[in-house]
Design a protein around this ligand. Sequence first.
Ligand code: F6P
Length: 340
Amino acid sequence: MRLGILTGGGDCPGLNAVIRAVVRSAEGCYGDTVIGYRHGWHGVAEGDSIELTGASTHAVLDTGGTMLGTSRYHPASHEGATDRVVDTLERDRIGALLVVGGDGTLGASRPIAGRGARLIGIPKTIDNDVLMTERSVGFDTALWIATEAVDRVHTTAESHDRLMVVEVMGHRSGWLAVGAGVAGGAHVILAPEEPFDIGEVAASLRHRHQRESFSIVVVAEGAVPVPGTLDFAPVEGPTGTITAGAIGERVRSELASRTGFESRLVVLGHVQRGGSPTPADRLLATRFGVAAVDAVHDGAAGVMAALAGDAIRFVGLDEATSGIKMVPKELLHVARALLV
Ligand code: F6P
């Protein structure tokens, strides 16, 4: 069989590990040929591809980024692109296309699947907000990077008696903010799931500073104030994502003026998406890749690989792209219970 693969949306550590696993298992177990489309759906629409082999995917397991390139291109937003995608898949005689992406890239599959293409999704995003899977490729590495950053900020915050605001990625969900905030021992965590009251945050920090001389506030880039409590409008970038640093600076300056504490902002930004994947991400990426190839040969279509406990299972792609996976109340409670 001829298999296609693309990586779309924001890059993350572990994408090359997925590609490598797909190519090795497809070639080694089934004698398949694998075609890699460049820069996500754009490469399928424009017929921009390369043949991937065991040799060309050698030594990529531990590398960051994606050897195929990526983009936030969605065929449905470009005139005639859905037709061109279908044509490319027919011309290249692709039996099944493996779509490695977050909710945007996976969601963009719908019209293509509707035209009869056989698609298998693999979830990746440092935001960890794809529905129906406990983990997406890239999250573990980003969590590690963000936690390490919060850890390191502790010593400089304490040495200078400062309030440090650390902004992490997550424009619609707070998995990274809550994860790194709890694991890194932050004193306040602001996530998109729970709008914050800046007055309450300032009061809790003033209370804390009666005993301690420093604080760390972790804020997700998509965190929002309770309506009417703070003048703030998120600054959207060209692809619908959020401009890094906006909420972090707003929170920092407001807390500084309300508490009088000396403050600094650290915006982790794309550092969280770069570099080598952790062992957990390499393992998850490899399991998803092998399982997806097996699923193709078992006749699957319109499904997404998902982690459920210790097992990899397949869930409906439509259902998995019907919304965003938010941080559950229990974990938000943990974040609050340990604070200040
Ligand atoms: O990949 C998801 C994400 O990391 C979001 O948390 C962030 O808002 C966005 O990507 C940034 O994307 P871009 O690199 O396109 O600015």
